[in-house]
Ligand binder design. Structure first.
Ligand code: SAH
Ligand code: SF4
Ligand code: F3S
Length: 446
């Protein structure tokens, strides 16, 4: 390896929390002197940060590991590491170890901070290492981070989840909910603002329950108020919100705090009370509809997005019709839609009346078709409006153009000079697609 810096690549799957963990992995590797490369074939170390929320994610990852394994026969002979949620499942680390002799390191979600030591150990002893803890320790602060963007940053506020929705594997692989101390969160965000970051997204599986384990002095609404007071920051976002814990205090706080964006991701999961109860979601359809009303009344122009699942065990045609009816009533700005997939170890995996695949597939198609119409109609309603856009840089799909987001989190594609990256501009919306808006630069802002 003499003569050049060692190289790495981190490939990540799953949610934003995993995206941010990948940034921490990258940060730790860079503090060891590694440099990032885009191509696995060029990397000395490849880390795969896994997700297991659905089987499709797992299958993709197993396929990828198979392809990466072949690189071991090539010139580079990279060290291959597997991290993330998948390896926290009982027996999975061993299974990966046996199936892929090319994998050198397996590291769990609770001991991620040990990556540098474990990697050095792999290099020194040329032995395979599996280190997966059963439980989380104290929250580890001050790990190095190599952020993907210089404009928008992810900031964890909680780790883990206590909700145990019956379909969900996250509480089993991420452990009980742990809140970071407010002073640690605020210090990190002040630092980001000083470095020129303009937007932060506060992350947790259920941000609304922030602070419950910290003795009652602080809650999410109060934290949000504190973050709103940080100068230099332009936009604050947060995800994910659990409807059950979305308090009136929080609604009022979002409404009052000028830096907090008008976008709430509020996963509903299902529209039938019977299914919501079986899911252990802790709210009813009527409660959810009323909550949406209160949010819309308090926060003008708010965009509400959601996650919806079809084919939960026991879901009848009537239950599904209730979901479709809820989608109709709420008119979500956008929705992530999923087919229920039984996850080993979760309660719902043992429930009777699992829904046949063909029924699930018909229901998801119907749901997607209707929601797409609604999303498009809502996007079209922006045509002709002047929107404030935080410019991210070149559009990923068309490098000739710029892309950025509105406060309501809509992607906007428009023409303009690259130097606008990181600036707030005004864009007149001229077109609307399912995934984004098109516009013309009206005014160059600050
Ligand atoms: N903490 C977030 C969601 C985390 S998982 C919340 O509570 O909303 C992201 C989404 O994946 C969930 O909202 C759910 O819609 C979906 N999901 C979770 N487990 C699933 C499963 N077993 N099958 C299909 N979709 C699932
Ligand atoms: Fe999973 Fe429910 Fe926790 Fe979200 S709130 S991570 S869906 S258990
Ligand atoms: Fe997947 Fe883990 Fe997130 S299971 S959705 S990466 S918390």
């Amino acid at each position: 390896m003499a003569g050049r810096a060692p190289t790495y690549r981190v490939i990540t799957f799953g949610c934003q929390m995993n995206d941010h963990d990948a940034e921490v992995m990258a940060g730790m590797l860079e503090s060891l002197g590694y440099q990032q490369v885009e191509d696995s074939a060029e990397a000395d170390v490849i880390l795969v940060n896994t997700c297991c929320v659905r089987e499709t994610a797992e299958n993709k990852i197993l396929g990828l590991l198979g392809r990466l394994a072949r690189l071991k026969k090539g010139r580079q002979k990279p060290i291959i590491g597997v991290a993330g949620c998948m390896v926290q499942q009982p027996g999975m680390a061993q299974k990966i170890k046996n199936r892929f002799p090319e994998v050198d390191l397996i590291i769990g979600t609770y001991n991620l901070h040990r990556l540098p030591e474990l990697l050095l150990a792999v290099q020194e002893c040329r032995e395979r290492i599996v280190e997966v803890w059963e439980e989380a320790g104290e929250v580890v602060e001050n790990l190095p981070v190599r952020r993907a963007s210089r404009i928008r940053a992810w900031v964890n506020i909680t780790y883990g989840c206590n909700n145990f929705c019956t379909y969900c594997i996250v509480p089993y692989v991420r452990g009980r909910e742990r809140s970071r101390r407010p002073e640690d969160i605020l210090r990190e965000i002040r630092q980001l603002a000083e470095e020129g970051y303009r937007e932060v997204t506060l992350l947790g599986q259920n941000v609304n329950s922030y602070g419950r384990d910290l003795g009652g002095e602080i809650n999410f609404a109060r934290l949000l108020k504190e973050v709103n007071g940080i100068t230099g920051l332009w936009r604050i976002r947060f995800t994910t919100s659990h409807p059950r814990d979305f308090t009136q205090e929080l609604i009022d706080t979002v409404a009052r705090c000028e830096r907090v964006c008008e976008h709430i991701h509020l996963p509903v999961q299902a529209g039938s009370d019977r299914i919501l109860a079986l899911m252990n979601r802790g709210y009813s359809r009527a409660y959810y509809l009323e909550l949406v009303e209160r949010i819309r009344r308090a926060i003008p122009g708010v965009s509400i997005t959601t996650d919806i699942m079809v084919g939960f065990p026991g879901e009848t045609e009537e239950d599904f019709a209730q979901t479709m009816d809820l989608v109709e009533r709420v008119q979500f700005d956008a929705a992530f839609t999923f087919v229920y997939n039984p996850r080993p170890g979760t309660r719902a995996a043992t429930f009777p009346d699992q829904v046949p695949e063909d029924v699930k597939s018909r229901r998801i198609q119907e749901l997607i078709a209707r929601q797409n119409e609604i999303t498009l109609a809502r996007n079209r309603s922006f045509i002709g409006r002047l929107e404030e856009v935080l410019v991210e840089g070149e559009s990923k799909t068309n490098p000739e153009k710029l892309s950025g987001r509105t406060r309501t989190n809509r992607l906007v594609i428009f023409s303009g000079p690259r130097e606008l990256a990181g600036k707030l501009v005004r864009v007149t919306i001229t077109g609307a697609k399912l995934t984004h808006l098109e516009g013309e630069l009206a005014l160059e802002g600050r």
